[in-house]
Design a protein around this ligand. Structure first.
Ligand code: SAM
Ligand code: SF4
Ligand code: SF4
Length: 339
């Protein structure tokens, strides 16, 4: 096996596979209803990678060092027969961790089939337990009921350890984080608080809406005392804290105030068949065209190695300077490249 390394010596270890750009939610921080309404055209079927194409690329990427896979989107549970893809991926030798991130709305129906197909675990996004706050944050007016039911079934069938992604926005759900911490601690799931990020161009991101990692820890710790845990893997993106009373742990993803580009080992494959070496990329590298033109595995491997070995991305570390100089590039939307 040849292990690919980029210009800063970062290995290629994680692959995020986006299986669709569609979503049943319209979270204003990701896919606002006003820009992605009824008129919006998502990718046509023929433009989306087939399961066979995804599996072939994944096998090659595993040969280049990938061992962690996350299926995402858009909303991955909207992709028809997603459990069939999970089954194919679960059979690839060399994958140590196969996970899926979902908004949880369809999880109660899908959890058993996903588990049976070989999925290891799920991360479920749930940004508030308050129905009004949540309705606003999913942009569709949905209550938490189906997501909570999805979580219950996921735990029952053993798609664990379960992590909960919570995007924290000041003035939106910032005041609900202690409730979330307390609730998920009781259920034994790891709540991961995510600093609101300037992904894409549609969400009208503003630094004032970011609640920093330090502030999140301070707020939770005031009620439920926390202490830091050492990181176990270099490519862990979350800062970890445990409850001092032994009641479990939380994570914080501090892409804005404590960037972690130095350890970023992550490649993204979009539903459309483009590869992105950074979440904040302006453009992707077309691999679907290469696949569909009949390239051999060796030719594809050479292209992927070339792509990774010329990688210099470190957007989060450069953000402040780019903003100060007003040289912010146009970015691809998160639901398009895979969150
Ligand atoms: N639809 C699925 C979901 O929401 O879990 C998977 C795709 S979503 C793009 C992946 C993750 O990105 C979710 O946890 C979501 O909350 C998070 N996310 C989306 N927009 C974000 C933003 N502006 N800042 C931080 N996290 C964001
Ligand atoms: Fe959909 Fe997930 Fe984006 Fe929300 S964050 S709009 S659920 S893709
Ligand atoms: Fe990785 Fe780009 Fe995020 Fe930095 S900004 S951690 S390079 S995805």
């Amino acid at each position: 096996m040849f292990l690919a390394q980029d210009k800063f010596g970062r290995p290629l270890r994680d692959l995020r596979i986006s299986v669709t750009d569609r979503c049943n939610f319209r979270c204003p921080f990701c896919m606002p209803a006003k820009t992605n309404g009824e008129e919006y055209h998502f990718l046509p079927r023929a433009e989306i990678l087939t399961f066979e194409e995804i599996v072939r690329l994944t096998r090659i990427l595993v040969d280049l060092g990938v061992s962690k896979i996350r299926i995402t989107g858009g909303e991955p549970l909207l992709r028809s027969q997603i459990e069939v893809l999970v089954g194919y991926l679960a059979n690839i030798k060399g994958i140590e961790d196969l996970a899926l991130t979902t908004n949880g709305y369809l999880l109660a129906q899908k959890a058993r089939a996903l588990k049976d197909a070989g999925l290891g675990r799920v991360t479920v996004s749930l940004h508030s337990l308050d129905d009004d706050v949540f309705a606003n944050m999913n942009g569709r007016g949905y209550s938490t009921e189906s997501v909570l039911e999805g979580l219950r079934v996921a735990a029952e069938v053993g798609l664990s350890p379960i992590k909960i992604n919570i995007v924290v926005q000041r003035g939106v759900n910032g005041h609900t984080i202690v409730d979330l911490a307390r609730f998920f601690r009781r259920l034994g799931h790891v709540a991961r608080f995510i600093e609101y990020m300037d992904v894409g161009n549609l969400n009208g991101w503003n630094q004032d809406q970011v609640v920093s990692a330090d502030e999140i820890v301070k707020t939770i710790s005031a009620e439920l005392p926390l202490e830091p845990i050492e990181r176990t893997h270099n490519s862990d993106v979350a800062l970890r804290f445990k409850y001092k009373d032994g009641g479990g742990e939380i994570g914080i993803i501090a892409s804005v105030t404590k960037p972690f580009c130095g350890d970023c080992a992550r490649l993204r494959l979009s539903a459309e068949g483009k590869l992105y070496t950074c979440l904040f990329a302006s453009e992707g590298h077309d691999i679907k065209g290469v696949l569909r033109a009949g390239a051999t595995d060796n030719e594809i491997k050479e292209i992927l190695t070339g792509l990774w070995s010329s990688r210099t991305d470190r957007y989060s570390e450069e953000r402040a300077a780019l903003m100060a100089n007003e040289t912010m590039p146009r970015k691809v939307e998160m639901y398009q490249l895979g969150g």
